[in-house]
Design a protein around this ligand. Structure first.
Ligand code: ZN
Length: 92
């Protein structure tokens, strides 16, 4: 298989995938030996989509919990969504 980006040689191997700074795992992918571009296999992409979706939902739920707590503790203070997300991420 040739790299669609540069035509270089591809090497099949396991590549770690990160989502929101969290490692989802190692997945089967073709890595270009020339430009280092990584192409996950279709199967790996499906797995990543599934796992990334799960991570996203978890983070959204945690963010909502943090937002509710913050509102109870500081009813007059409005927190930015980014601030809440950072808090939620830090708690996991
Ligand atoms: Zn390439």
């Amino acid at each position: 298989m040739e790299c669609p980006m540069c035509g270089g040689k591809m090497k099949r191997g396991k590549v770690p995938y990160f989502h929101n700074r969290k490692k989802l795992g190692d997945f089967e992918a073709d890595e270009c030996t020339k430009c280092k571009e990584v192409f996950f296999t279709e199967e790996a992409s499906d797995q990543i989509d599934e796992l990334a979706g799960g991570v996203k939902d978890e983070l959204v739920e945690e963010t909502l919990r943090v937002a509710k707590e913050a509102e109870e503790k500081h009813p007059n203070r409005r927190m930015a969504l980014k601030e809440l997300k950072d808090l939620a991420e830090g708690r996991k």
